[in-house]
Design a protein around this ligand. Structure first.
Ligand code: TLP
Length: 346
């Protein structure tokens, strides 16, 4: 089978041999009874990393976010969120379908919202309006190009939310990347949210798994809805073991992904018709615009594929490239060589 350099997403990572060994050897039990020792270890570990009372293991980041939304809201409530965020755009309309909420979308700068924007969007206490209940943030921000939500801004938004009786949920699918890039602990970020979702299957090599963390009371409510959504799982220590392995061995190496992404952006900038600002590449995601070239995004995707590199068009002219565990520094040089055979240098 031809080996592609796969930059479509950091979700494509494969478990390493050592991770597979940990999975094979995992102690398991029925997690619906709370009896899977490996799941319990993972849940405690993640709660500790995030400085929260408890956490719950769930299959996906989408389920983690949606369980948090469901647990925090009532049908008819409004959730303030950034307009290019994951829960609003890429979770199949679940907020409306499963929780009956409506989103109030605010446009951020590379996904980052200002406290003043949120303040303005909070509804007055008038029965004409929906009840503003929850603020959702995303750190790092996927469509923002892996941008890091600054800690101080998160703190200000949390303080504002508390003063107005709102809850805050953090989609921390890639919070690990933010933490490694800034050397600010995940718990320092998480203190400015009532609930946090994190993923083990983005860049860390685990095949599956996310967690939702918060207070014991909140996680108990999430547990109830996990059952309702069909997410109660049985002997899943076998996959929780992959998550434990990932957290123990693959967190610090995210730094390499960030260096590779930066190098990629610096290299891509040199090509005619490609626009990207390497200063905006803070973690492992590079978003380029090829509007200045003669090609559409989808045409470049096809041409790159012929050269053995997979990339992902996220719009007519926008393309996302994501670095991860299975992409080396040599792969980045090879990617630049392949694009160089398609596009001329500036
Ligand atoms: N993002 C995936 C796709 O769904 C777009 C990707 O390739 O980046 N929050 C954020 C910020 C995410 O980026 C993702 C996945 C999720 C939540 C959902 O996680 P899963 O895919 O596990 O449901």
């Amino acid at each position: 089978m031809k080996k592609f350099i796969d930059l479509r997403s950091d979700t494509v990572t494969k478990p390493t041999s050592a991770m597979r060994k940990a999975m094979v050897e995992a102690e398991v039990g029925d997690d619906v009874f709370g009896e899977d020792p490996t799941v319990n270890i993972l849940q405690e570990k993640v709660a500790n990393l995030l400085g929260k009372e408890a956490s719950l293991f769930v299959p996906s980041g989408t389920m983690a976010n949606q369980l948090a939304i469901k647990s925090h809201t009532q049908p008819g409530d409004e959730v303030i969120i950034e307009s290019s965020s994951h829960p609003y755009n890429f979770e199949g309309g679940a907020g409306a379908a499963l929780s009956g909420i409506q989103f109030c979308c605010l446009q951020g700068v590379r996904g980052i919202l200002e406290p003043s924007q949120i303040e303005e969007a909070i509804r007055p206490a008038d029965h004409h309006f929906p009840v503003t209940r929850l603020v959702c943030l995303e750190n790092t921000h996927n469509r923002g190009g892996g941008s890091i939500f600054p800690l101080e801004k998160m703190a200000d938004i949390y303080r504002l939310s508390k003063s107005r009786g709102l809850l805050v949920h953090l989609d921390g699918a890639r919070l690990w990347n933010a933490a490694v890039a800034t050397q600010i602990k995940p718990s320092e970020y998480a203190q400015w949210a009532d609930s946090v979702s994190v993923c083990l299957s983005k860049g860390l090599g685990a095949p599956i798994g996310s967690l939702v963390a918060g207070s014991k009371l909140f996680v108990d409510r999430v547990h109830r809805f996990r059952k309702m959504f069909g997410g109660g799982m049985r002997q899943v220590g076998i996959i929780a073991a992959a998550g434990i392995y990932a957290l123990d061995h693959h967190l610090e190496r995210l730094r390499e992904d960030h260096q590779n992404a930066k190098r990629l952006a610096v290299g891509l900038k040199e090509f005619k018709g490609v626009s990207v600002d390497p200063r905006h590449v803070e973690t492992n995601i590079v978003i380029i615009d090829v509007a200045g070239s003669a090609m559409k995004g989808s045409q470049l995707v096809e041409a790159m594929k012929k050269g053995g590199v997979l990339i992902h068009a996220i719009g007519n002219t926008q393309i996302r490239l994501v670095t991860h565990l299975d992409v080396t520094a040599e792969d980045i040089e090879k990617t630049l060589k392949v694009i160089g055979e398609i596009l001329a240098k500036k």
